[in-house]
Design a protein around this ligand. Structure first.
Ligand SMILES: [Zn+2]
Ligand SMILES: [Zn+2]
Length: 320
C-alpha cells in the first residue's frame, strides 16, 4: 500500500495540488485558502478597496471573473457589490446563456449583475465593428476595439452607479505580459499607470483595481474547477488576431515560468517596487484634457480620445 501524500500546509488532508512557485503540495481546502489570502494581502497592501467602498465587478463569465466574484462576495459586504457583464457580440462567445450562469452564481451570493452589450452603446456588435475595420483594411486588432470599448463602458456604469471602485479580474499572467510589453515599448508612463498606486489623471476616471494581479492563471483555473464553477470555456475566435507582441510575450513567459517557477511573480514584484520609487514624480500632474467629441478624458497630446478616434475611422457614431 502506498501512503498518501499529506498537505504541506495543514499536514492532515491528502495533497492534491502541486504549486510549482512555492514547491508545496496542498489539499483542496488549503489551496483555495492560499489563493484567497494572497488576493486579500494584495488588496490590503495597496489599499485597493476600503470596507465602505461600493465596488463594480466586471464579470465576463470566464474563470477569472468567477474567482473575483467568489472572493469579493466572501470578504466584502455583498450589498456594496454590483456586477457588470458586457456582451461583446462575438459569434459563439459570451452569449446571454453563458452570462446567465455567472448571474445565477452572483445572485446566490447576494450580488446583482447588470447586463449590457457593446451594441447597446455603439449600435454595432464587435463582429460588425471588426468587419467594418477589415473592409477598410485598417490595421487595428479586434482586441483593441474590444478592450477600449469595454473600459469605457465599465467607467460609464461606474459613474452612473456612483461606485468608488471598479474591479477587473486580470490575473498575474495578464499583468506580467502587460509589464513586459510596456518595457519592450520603452513606455515608462504606461508601466507606471499599471501600478495599483498610480495617480488618477482625471476625476472622470473611477479608480480601477485588480485584486487577482498576483494569482497565476493556472490557479484561477484550478480554483474554478475545484469549486465547480460553470465558466465559459470557449476561446474568443479573435484570439489568433491578438496583437502579435502580446502573443509572443505570452508564449515566452509561459516557457520561462515552466522552467523557472515563480518567475512571473518575481517579475511583477520587482516592477512594482521599482515603480513605487518613482511614483512621487508623477503626482500633481494636471487633469487630463477633455475629448473634443465626447468630453471624456483624452491623453495630454490628443484632442480626440481613443474611443472616438477608433469609431470615427470606421464611420460609427456612438454616444459614449
Ligand atoms: Zn491542507
Ligand atoms: Zn471621445
Amino acid at each position: 500500500m502506498t501512503g498518501m501524500v499529506l498537505c504541506d500546509s495543514c499536514g492532515k488532508r491528502e495533497a492534491e495540488i502541486y504549486q510549482p512557485h512555492t514547491g508545496r503540495r496542498l489539499c483542496r481546502q488549503c489551496f483555495i485558502g492560499d489563493v484567497k489570502e494572497r488576493t486579500l494581502a494584495e488588496v490590503r497592501r495597496y489599499g485597493m478597496i476600503r470596507p465602505s467602498d461600493r465596488v463594480l465587478l466586471a464579470l465576463s463569465g470566464g474563470k477569472d471573473s468567477f474567482v473575483l466574484l467568489d472572493i469579493m462576495a466572501e470578504t466584502h459586504d455583498p450589498s456594496k457589490l454590483v456586477g457588470l457583464s458586457i456582451e461583446e457580440g462575438i459569434a459563439g462567445y459570451n452569449r446571454r446563456e453563458d452570462m446567465e450562469k455567472i448571474r445565477k452564481y452572483a445572485s446566490e451570493r447576494g450580488v446583482d449583475v447588470i447586463f449590457t452589450s457593446i451594441r447597446e452603446h455603439v449600435g454595432h456588435s464587435l463582429d460588425e465593428i471588426v468587419a467594418r475595420s477589415q473592409a477598410q483594411r485598417l490595421n487595428v486588432s479586434p482586441c483593441t476595439y474590444c478592450g477600449t470599448l469595454r473600459r469605457r463602458i465599465i467607467n460609464q456604469y461606474a459613474k452612473i452607479l456612483g461606485v468608488d471602485r471598479t474591479a477587473t479580474a486580470h490575473n498575474l499572467d495578464d499583468e506580467a505580459q502587460t509589464a513586459i510589453m510596456n518595457i519592450l515599448r520603452g513606455d515608462p508612463v504606461r508601466l507606471i499607470r499599471q501600478h495599483p498606486l498610480a495617480p488618477r489623471l482625471s476625476r472622470r476616471f473611477v479608480q480601477r483595481v485588480k485584486p487577482l494581479r498576483k494569482i497565476y492563471e493556472w490557479e484561477t483555473t484550478m480554483y474554478s474547477y475545484l469549486k465547480g464553477f460553470r465558466f465559459q470555456e470557449t476561446e474568443c475566435r479573435y484570439i489568433e488576431m491578438r496583437p502579435t507582441l502580446r502573443a509572443k510575450v505570452r508564449e515566452h513567459l509561459y516557457k520561462l515560468e515552466e522552467k523557472h517557477p515563480g518567475s512571473l511573480l518575481r517579475l511583477l514584484e520587482l516592477v512594482d517596487r521599482l515603480v513605487e520609487k518613482t511614483l512621487d514624480r508623477y503626482r500633481g500632474l494636471p487633469e487630463l484634457p477633455a475629448c473634443r467629441v465626447c468630453g471624456e478624458p483624452t491623453s495630454y497630446n490628443r484632442g480626440v480620445c481613443k474611443v472616438c478616434e477608433l469609431l470615427s475611422r470606421i464611420g460609427v457614431l456612438a454616444d459614449l
